[in-house]
Design a protein around this ligand. Structure first.
Ligand SMILES: Cc1ncc(COP(=O)(O)O)c(C=O)c1O
Length: 399
């Protein structure tokens, strides 16, 4: 038989989902394993949202919708972006897709020609790297160091721009690092993008999970010029504990939104109507569950950061947002743990899962070595258990 697509054969399965699959398999076999791998809130979807979906079914709201989503949902997105981020869009600029991941995919489909370069600060969420390649683009990685709070600066950005550079991808607050760019830091980066005529994909899906009264600024709120060349990525998965409903959205200029809609109309047609109506309730309805989740995440973050920094030979920075911490395991490289020599983060993650019974994610797939990503979107009980196991696995307690 003839070969499959060369591009498709280069695509790797999402490493985070792979680890999660193994964790779920172990769990289904009755093994008492703790999961710190998948980036999904452990909370249930709030009941007003679930009821909206039930109502949609009972009222036979089960037909196709416009490709870019129900007008009423896009209006709800417009209202939320105004209320939360002080952004002015119209529904024609909003595209609803089957998860924010899908919005990222169709955004890149709409922007990238074969050979275009995309600047991607590392550590990055693994999907960006794969999707850039899936659409024929070339990722250009800029490494952000832990000592710089895992953030890049304008000098680093400018040094990596060539005549092939098409866009910059930012994730703020970041998965996997949890770090947050301030308005000034963002402005310095976006000024460079404007100077070199670059687009910006700004993935702001964790914007509601920012702690210690730090202020989140949307890239599109910096200036009209920034807004015109920015594609905001967002969705309901994280904010409303709706990962399985598969609704994401983007906000961009009219031309990009229209192009994305054309892609949708010929691929998924539109996301599930029932999920769209649930998302509409999420965005329009009471927001107290979001703030409650945020407070709980903050408590968990404080606990996990404190525990990690009291375990010998590992450490982590305190993240400003999202629900991840980056465990620095530099000092464990070369050591034997769980019957395995730890040569890198992949070895650690595998040994910690198999012998320590805790699922985490190696950051090698995120373009960053000697770090492990842990999510604290897990119950406090599991976090305590997981930290006890980390202490035991590393084999020493005192700093
Ligand atoms: C930064 C970031 N963007 C997008 C997504 C995907 O969200 P969705 O479930 O809406 O596809 C994730 C999920 O892990 C994420 O971490």
């Amino acid at each position: 038989m003839k070969d499959l697509s060369r591009i498709a054969l280069e695509v790797h399965a999402s490493t985070t989902l792979q680890v999660d699959a193994l964790y779920k398999k172990m769990k289904s076999e009755g093994i008492d394993v703790v999961g710190f791998a998948a980036g999904e809130p452990d909370f249930n979807t709030p009941s007003n949202i679930k009821e909206a979906a039930i109502k949609a079914i009972n009222h036979n709201q089960t037909k196709y919708t416009p490709a870019s989503g129900l007008l009423s949902l896009r209006q709800a997105v417009v209202n939320r972006l105004k209320a939360d981020c002080n952004l002015d869009y119209t529904p024609e600029q909003i595209v609803v897709a089957s998860g924010a991941k899908h919005n990222i995919y169709i955004t890149l489909c709409s922007l990238i020609n074969s050979g275009d370069e995309v600047i991607l600060p590392a550590p990055y969420w693994v999907t960006y790297d794969e999707v850039i390649k899936m659409v024929g683009g070339i990722p250009v990685i800029i490494n952000a160091k832990e000592s710089d709070d895992f953030k890049i600066n304008s000098k680093q950005l400018e040094a990596n721009i060539t005549d092939k550079t098409k866009l910059l991808i930012l994730c703020n607050p970041s998965n996997p690092t949890g770090m947050l760019y301030s308005a000034n830091e963002l402005k310095a980066l976006i000024d460079i993008c404007i100077k070199h005529d670059l687009y910006i994909i700004s993935d702001e899906i964790y914007y509601q999970f920012v702690y210690d009264n730090k202020k989140f600024t949307s890239v599109a709120a910096l200036s009209e010029e920034a807004k015109e060349r920015t594609i905001i990525i967002n969705g309901v998965s994280k904010t409303y504990a709706m990962t399985g409903w598969r609704i994401g959205y983007s906000a961009s200029n009219f031309t990009i939104a229209k192009t994305m809609g054309n892609y949708l109309s010929n691929s998924t047609s539109a996301p599930s109507t029932i999920s769209q109506l649930a998302a509409e309730e999420a965005l329009n309805g009471p927001q107290n569950s979001v703030y409650e989740m945020r407070d709980i995440f903050k408590e968990r973050r404080d606990y996990i950061v404190n525990r990690i920094n009291n375990i010998k030979d590992v450490s982590c920075s305190k993240p400003d947002g999202a629900f991840y911490v980056m465990l620095n395991i530099e000092k464990l490289i070369g050591r034997e743990l769980g019957g395995r020599i730890i040569n890198n983060s992949d070895d650690f993650a595998m040994a910690f899962l198999e012998k320590g019974l805790v699922a985490t994610v190696s950051c090698i797939g995120f373009g960053c070595k000697d770090f492990i990503r842990l999510t604290y979107a897990a119950s406090m009980e599991d976090i305590i258990k997981g930290m006890d196991r980390l202490e035991k696995f590393i084999g020493t307690k005192d700093k």
